[in-house]
Each structure stands twice: as structure tokens, then as C-alpha cells.
Design a protein around this ligand. Structure first.
Ligand SMILES: Nc1nc2c(ncn2[C@@H]2O[C@H](COP(=O)(O)OP(=O)(O)OP(=O)(O)O)[C@@H](O)[C@H]2O)c(=O)[nH]1
Ligand SMILES: [Mg+2]
Length: 286
């Protein structure tokens, strides 16, 4: 699953799987690391790979994100290239087209026009996208629509080569650990509530994940910001913003774990972590 930021890649993976394995937000660059989503039906299996949005790399974090996409492209049997039908192509779509050009003829590439539900001129937009890399199969969908997602999933199943399962039949639908998932959910809820540069400058890391005797999970997640003056913005007046983030993340984690969760969030400063390869590794981007 590739495409520029914010076109609905993670949404489509989640709808195709029927469960949420990837965080979603209205802000670009929500996904930072590739995650796999595993769909098994009968003797057939699809391993979806959700990737970050392709953009012009500006720091060590975005270089890492672009690497996540190119590494994924090197290992897949089929590419779904998502575009946003609400708008004509931009420079970032051209970057994706350029990256896909060498794969043409090697693996099937389907051009998927998304957000058809909200597009005024979907046909004209689709035409403009198709010109970026002529000769591809194309579809118009809404990633939030289950029927559209299922039809596309069936199409993918039909195009994949025969081979052994990559994951056991009873494997979870996603390949992230519960610790990674807790950190991602906290980051998702924080991103949704922050503005301007702050959503992009936060990182989250789970420090404790314990099942207590009383049957509840104790989860402690650190939220890192790049500058001291970002801290009060994240915490909010009277701690209100942080409390909102915690309540929303706890709700999602309780559904995921089917248990009560005590979520402890701590805000810390990690100066300029996005520019620092060592910091990236420490924060789980390796
Ligand atoms: N109207 C409409 N909105 C959609 C559709 N699919 C996704 N969205 C919205 O588009 C926004 C971005 O969705 P994501 O799934 O996070 O997009 P993404 O491509 O994974 O974004 P990055 O991870 O940042 O690259 C969210 O607000 C979604 O709710 C769709 O079919 N129709
Ligand atoms: Mg995403």
C-alpha cells in the first residue's frame, strides 16, 4: 500500500482486515513505520504492508520513513497505489509515480482512486493520476466503505502468486507487539488533538505493560516532544489536553485488550530527536 501522505492507506488496510491495525488521523504523515496486516481466508492469505506517505525527506525521521516504503516495495508481489480523488495530482504523487516506474511490468500495480465519496470530479482526477504512470489498472473506491474494500481485496487475492502461508493461520491480524500498539494509539490520539508542527514532533514509547493481580493492565507510555515550550501545549490548561488524549487512548486500548486499562502518560523533552539517528533508534524507529 503506497501513496503520498493522508490519501487513506491505513484506513484501507483496516477496512480490508475488518479490524484496526494501523493508526489513522486527518493529519499527513501519521504512519511512520511499515506494519503488516494479515488476512487469511481458507487456503489463501494476503499480507498487506501499510507504509508511510511518500514526501520530500527533510530530516532523519523522514529519511527513515521513505526507507520504510522503498524496503516494502522491494519485497511485495503486488502494489496498491492510493491517490486522493478530491484533488488533482501534486508533486508528491509524482514522486510516488517515479518510484513505481521501475516496478512496472515486474509486479501488478493497481492505481486506486480513494475518497470517491467526497470527490467532486472523480473521473477527471483519475484521468490526471493515470497520466503520471500510463497503462495501469485503476479503480475508484472509498476506503471507508466495506463493500469497496472487500471487492478490492478479492481482486488482490486473485492476482497473488501461489505459495506457502507467510504467517500461521491463527496468527494475529497485525504484526505489532502490544507495547508498540499502545504507543501508536497514544500518538494517534495526540496527533488528532495537536496543531501546526507539534503533531509531527511527538514520539511515543511504552515503558511498562503489566497485567496486575486485579485483572487490569497497567500501561505507561512516554510522550516525547522536541522542545521545552511544546510541553505546556501538549499538556494543556489544567492538564486538560493530556487528560483527553489519555482517556481516548485508554478507551481504544480497553477494546483491543478486552480488559480494564490504567494508562499512565508522561511527557518528556527529547531535544531535536527527529534529526538524530541515535534518538530514532531509541524511540523504536529502526
Ligand atoms: N471522505 C473520505 N475520507 C477518508 C477516506 N479514507 C480515508 N479518509 C480520511 O483521510 C484521512 C487520512 O487517512 P489515513 O488512513 O490516516 O491516511 P494515510 O494515507 O494512511 O496517511 P499517512 O499515514 O499520513 O500517510 C483520515 O481523516 C481518514 O478518515 C475515504 O474513503 N473517504
Ligand atoms: Mg497511514
Amino acid at each position: 500500500m503506497v501513496g503520498k501522505p493522508n490519501v487513506g492507506k491505513s484506513t484501507l488496510v483496516n477496512t480490508m482486515l475488518g479490524v484496526k491495525i494501523a493508526p489513522i488521523s486527518p493529519k499527513p504523515q501519521t504512519t511512520r513505520k511499515r506494519v503488516r496486516g494479515i488476512h487469511t481466508e481458507g487456503n489463501r492469505q494476503i499480507v498487506f504492508v501499510d507504509t508511510p506517505g511518500w514526501h520530500e525527506a527533510a530530516d532523519a525521521l523522514s529519511e527513515y520513513m521513505i526507507r520504510q516504503i522503498t524496503e516494502a516495495l522491494a519485497e511485495v508481489n503486488l502494489v496498491l497505489w492510493l491517490v486522493d480523488l478530491r484533488h488533482p495530482p501534486t508533486h508528491e504523487d509524482e514522486l510516488v509515480a517515479r518510484a513505481l516506474r521501475p516496478l512496472k511490468g515486474q509486479v501488478p500495480i493497481i492505481l486506486v482512486g480513494n475518497k470517491a465519496d467526497a470527490a467532486k470530479y472523480p473521473e477527471a482526477a483519475m484521468q490526471a493520476y493515470a497520466e503520471l504512470l500510463p497503462g495501469l489498472e485503476s479503480r475508484m473506491i472509498s476506503a471507508q466503505n466495506e463493500r469497496d474494500a472487500k471487492a478490492l481485496r478479492d481482486e488482490v487475492l486473485a492476482l497473488l502468486p501461489e505459495g506457502p502461508f507467510f504467517f500461521p493461520e491463527d496468527y494475529a491480524k497485525g504484526d505489532q507487539t502490544p507495547e508498540e500498539w499502545a504507543a501508536e494509539i497514544v500518538r494517534e490520539e495526540a496527533m488528532k488533538r495537536l496543531k501546526e508542527e507539534i503533531p509531527y514532533s511527538i514520539a511515543t514509547k511504552t515503558e511498562a505493560f503489566e497485567l496486575r493481580d486485579n485483572g487490569t493492565f497497567y500501561i505507561q507510555v512516554n510522550i516525547y516532544v522536541e522542545r521545552e515550550n511544546h510541553k505546556p501545549i501538549l499538556i494543556g490548561a489544567g492538564g486538560r489536553k493530556l487528560k483527553e488524549i489519555g482517556a481516548a487512548a485508554r478507551k481504544q486500548l480497553e477494546v483491543f485488550l478486552a480488559r480494564k486499562v490504567y494508562l499512565d502518560l508522561q511527557v518528556k523533552v527529547y531535544p531535536n530527536w527527529r534529526k538524530d539517528p541515535e534518538a530514532l533508534r531509541e524511540l523504536g524507529y529502526h
